[in-house]
Write a protein that binds this ligand. Structure first.
Ligand code: PEP
Ligand code: MG
Length: 918
């Protein structure tokens, strides 16, 4: 939080602003960037920003403003008046303002904006005299009444009208009535006299619905609008948006009061929203939408489908619409110049809002633009190549979740090709999605709770729909462009989304839509391709995407050049190992030997394993182990071959043996006969294996201690496999890992077995040495605390943070589901400690283990192979405490590579800052 100061209002305008881009915490994104644009000489209508500190103080002091605020606003307003050559509330030359919200992080559409503040029966006549354009002035006045009565007089006042009874809807219905009475279709066909009459009808209606007259006093209007913006920070939809996005309530919003310029002054006026590069694909061309004779809200709200800003941005859906480039070439050229200048200045892709008032261009907003994953990767790479940013900056530009989008499912292209497209729209959010159709956000949430996958279909979305949009697999809208609410929100989340599918006709009441002669009812399955904007009936199959995308590969290389941590994978079969190599894994951090007894082709080895488990004498067991040996060896060999040249950490058998005992009678009979014993005898042996608390029972190293022949067989398989590979000219590097240890004596015991077998195999194969290491998992708190002793024998450590979290918290990893949701809800825990390392305590244990382990063995290799190894925050933590590698499931390898690179970049910044301080 910024230090409290007594300056609450920051002016911008002309050639000078009191703020700048780096002051986002105080001025909000909008205020800070408006100031910056003024400072670099761009045409920005003058205004001032009331700081976020006022918002915080307002909520702290029972919705009262600091005493100095009023005076500071007066001074700033006077400067604005001087700059604009007009006076707020003046009866001859009136100034109008917009009042806008602006938080530190952008929250599209979540808070309020009020335009045309300062209009009343007196100022409007003056404005008509000044502009000679009564239609425009009356239209602006009507819009003010509609927006203000809704936002300030109803919502901010806490009035919750019944469905359809809100003042805005009632005013809209008056507008509709007038259109019917005049026999016209569009608002623009109403005459200025019609609008003048409508204003009086509106005022009457406001009084009738809200019980108070519409305020005529311009200052009262302005302060009402300012308060409404502050109120909207604590509005329901802003609160739920913050929750999803982890934005703290304490940040507060700033309020920007800015002189109005008008895009609705006639055909030479316009408004638009644009991106300096295409935010959906990342392609490097100016991309945007515009509307003539309109105000900003018309573009974003999806009320009219906007036109493409230029010729390159046209698609097959928009080819017939006139671009700004063609309609107003000179103004477009100016905008294009500004766009390039902004990107050079900010070194990033920006989104901008602009208004053209009678041919003159004004910039109303700029901010770093939201983009989806594929676009983020492409832009980061391109900007690096263009020397706009460094390698380190490029790496920071892509969020781990965005990278995940590239790995998201797409519709199976073979099936998609042969399926009929029922509708087309704009591709607003990437990837494919399939689900059952619902027509309201409330239904989307309810159906999702029942475990259903849904597609939310709406004419257009608004911020009230946010929870339903979140719950849905994908969103489809009938109206709106690429900058509409649905598109912005979906892009931010990387969610599959199609907007502006104009041919779909939704019947909300009867819960179906039609497109051509197809009817789709609530509950019907629909599949969307959000990258192309195509819609299909039914549930089409999905496939994983993008590992082969060249941008993805190039970006990963950039990450690899920056990161220090190695990234390995947890893989248990040669096939998984090969897949993980393709994802860039540099070795295996955990091969769970027991996993070869599940899944494909595991029937025979599993049967032999069961025989081994149910043996009652050493002889029986050794005979079963000998049978098992070739299977284990072949899997180890295949895996080391797939990872040739990289370390492969093979863990000796870990789970309690009773997990493998069959429960089915026929399987038990087969086993009994193979062992040559009666079914009763077999059942008896099985019962003896039962444990009350198997997770803390006879598992891990404890099995190897009581059944040394089991360890011996595994070690023999590993060394024989490695020896054969060496003879084939390969470079195997096995790392034998002993699990669930709590005492160095356990490690010693197993190490002796390893050493004995090692000598035998070297001799058998005539080899001087087989490169390898023997180490242990660190997954019990006692192992962390005695790490100095552990390292006397163990040549490497690997943190098993699944068990370490289980044992550290005393939470059963299998049963936490019963109480975790309430723990999170009641904020007893900030997050699930099985997903992200609990740095406060489990992390401390890890730090202790690292320090003590390396005190004994300075070059001790240390990694992590618990689930946390693929979670970005935990990866950063592992980097910070000096681990050598993280290991995670194959599909998380790219995320871990990126997170490791970002941790390295953040580390550099910390070092730089520290050096500066010195
Ligand atoms: C761990 O405990 O973190 C671990 C990797 O082992 P497992 O999940 O197999 O117990
Ligand atoms: Mg474990």
């Amino acid at each position: 939080m910024a230090k409290a100061s007594n300056k609450y209002v920051f002016y911008f305008g002309g050639k000078r602003a009191e703020g700048k881009a780096t002051m986002k915490e105080l001025l909000g994104g909008k205020g800070a960037n408006l100031a910056e644009m003024v400072n670099i000489g761009l045409p920005v209508p003058a205004g001032f920003t009331i700081t976020t500190e006022v918002c915080t103080a307002y909520y702290k002091n029972k919705k009262k403003y600091p005493g100095e605020l009023d005076g500071q606003v007066k001074i700033a307003l006077a400067k604005v008046e001087k700059e604009m050559g007009a006076k707020f509330g003046d009866s001859k030359n009136p100034l109008l303002v917009s009042v806008r919200s602006g938080a530190r992080a952008s929250m599209p559409g979540m808070m309020e904006t009020i335009l045309n503040v300062g209009l009343n029966n007196v100022t409007r006549e003056a404005l008509i005299a000044k502009t000679g354009n009564p239609r425009f002035v009356y239209d602006s006045h009507r819009r003010l009444i509609q927006m203000y009565s809704d936002v300030v007089m109803e919502k901010a006042a806490g009035i919750e009208p019944a469905e359809g009874k809100g003042v805005r809807q009632q005013l809209e219905s008056e507008l509709h009535k007038m259109k019917v009475a005049r026999g016209v279709q569009n608002d623009t066909e109403l005459t200025s006299d019609d609008l003048k009459e409508l204003i009086e009808i509106y005022k009457e209606k406001v009084k009738e619905v809200l019980g108070k007259p519409f305020p005529e006093n311009p200052l009262e209007q302005m302060w009402g609008a300012v308060a409404a913006v502050f109120q909207s920070w604590m509005g329901r939809r802003a609160i739920s948006y913050r929750k999803f996005e982890n934005i703290p309530d304490e940040w507060g919003t700033a309020v920007t009061v800015q002189s109005m310029v008008f895009g609705n002054m006639g055909e030479s006026s316009a408004t638009g929203v644009a991106f300096t590069r295409n935010p959906a694909t990342g392609e490097n061309y100016f991309y945007g939408e515009w509307l003539t004779n309109a105000q900003g809200e018309d573009v974003v709200a999806g009320i009219r489908t906007p036109f493409p800003i230029n010729e390159v941005g046209k698609s097959e859906h928009t080819a017939h619409l006139q671009s700004l480039e063609v309609a107003m070439p000179a103004t477009y050229k100016d905008l294009h110049r500004i766009q390039r200048l902004l990107e050079k200045h900010y070194h990033d892709m920006l989104d901008v809002e602009f208004t053209i008032q009678e041919g003159k261009l004004y910039m109303l907003q700029c901010r770093v633009g939201k983009r989806n994953g594929p676009a983020a990767v492409k832009m980061a790479l391109d900007m690096y190549k263009e020397k706009l940013i460094t390698k380190e900056e490029a790496v920071i530009r892509v969020q781990p979740a965005q990278l995940d989008e590239l790995l998201h499912p797409i519709i199976d292209p073979k099936i998609e090709k042969t399926t009929t497209i029922i509708a087309k729209g704009l591709p607003a959010g990437p990837g494919g999605a399939t689900g059952q159709v619902v027509f309201s956000a409330v239904d989307a949430v309810a159906w999702e709770k029942e475990g259903k996958k849904v597609i939310l279909v709406r004419e257009e979305t608004n911020p009230e729909d946010i929870e339903g949009m979140r719950a849905a697999q994908a969103i489809l809208t009938g109206r709106g462009g690429m900058t509409s609410h649905a598109a912005l929100v979906a892009r931010g989340w990387g969610k599959c989304c199609i907007v502006g599918a104009g041919k779909i006709k939704i019947q909300y009441h009867d819960k179906y839509f039609t497109v051509g002669d197809v009817t789709v009812k609530e509950g019907d399955w629909l599949t969307l391709n959000g990258s192309k904007g195509t819609v299909y009936q039914g549930e089409l199959p999905m496939i994983k995407a993008a590992e082969e995308n060249p941008d993805f590969q190039a970006f990963m290389k950039l990450c690899d050049a920056v990161r220090k941590l190695k990234v390995r994978t947890n893989a248990d079969t040669p096939e998984d190992a090969a897949r993980a190599r393709a994802f860039g894994a540099e070795g295996i951090g955990l091969f769970r030997t027991e996993h070869m007894f599940y899944g494909l082709n595991s029937e025979v080895p599993l049967f032999i394993l069961r025989k081994m488990i149910l043996s009652s004498t050493v002889e029986e067991r050794i005979s079963a182990l000998n049978e098992l040996f070739p299977y284990v060896k072949s899997d180890m060999k295949g895996t080391m071959e797939a990872m040739d040249g990289f370390g492969v950490t093979i863990r000796t058998i870990d789970p309690p043996l009773h997990e493998f005992v069959p429960t089915r009678q026929d399987e038990r009979e087969k086993l009994a006969s193979s062992l040559g014993i009666s079914i009763e005898a077999l059942n008896d042996r099985a019962d003896k294996l039962h444990e009350n608390n198997p997770m803390m029972g006879h598992r891990g190293v404890r099995l190897g201690i009581t059944y040394p022949e089991v360890t011996e067989m595994q070690v023999r398989a590993i060394f024989e496999a490695a020896a054969e590979l060496l003879q084939d000219g390969k470079k195997p590097f096995p790392e034998i890992m002993i699990p669930v240890t709590c005492s160095v004596n356990e490690v010693k015991n197993q190490y002796e077995i390893v050493s004995k077998v090692y000598a035998e195999i070297c001799e058998k194969f005539g080899l001087k040495k087989i490169p390898h290491l023997t180490g242990t998992m660190i997954e019990i708190p006692r192992a962390c605390l005695t790490a100095n002793k552990m390292a006397e024998v163990a040549q490497f450590f690997s943190f098993g943070t699944n068990d370490l979290t289980q044992m550290g918290f005393g939470f059963s990893r299998d049963d936490i589901g019963g109480f975790l949701p309430e723990y999170l809800e009641k904020k007893i825990l900030p997050e699930d400690p099985f997903q992200s390392i609990d740095q406060e305590a489990i992390g401390e244990l890890m730090k202790i283990a690292v320090e003590r382990g390396r005190a004994t063995r300075p070059d001790l290799k240390i990694g992590i192979c618990g689930e946390h190894g693929g979670e970005p925050k935990s990866v950063e933590f592992c980097h910070n405490i000096g681990l050598n590698y993280v290991s995670c499931s194959p599909f998380r390898v790219p995320i871990a590579r990126l997170a490791a690179a970002q941790a390295a970049v953040k580390g550099m910044k910390v070092v730089k800052k520290a050096a500066k301080k010195k």
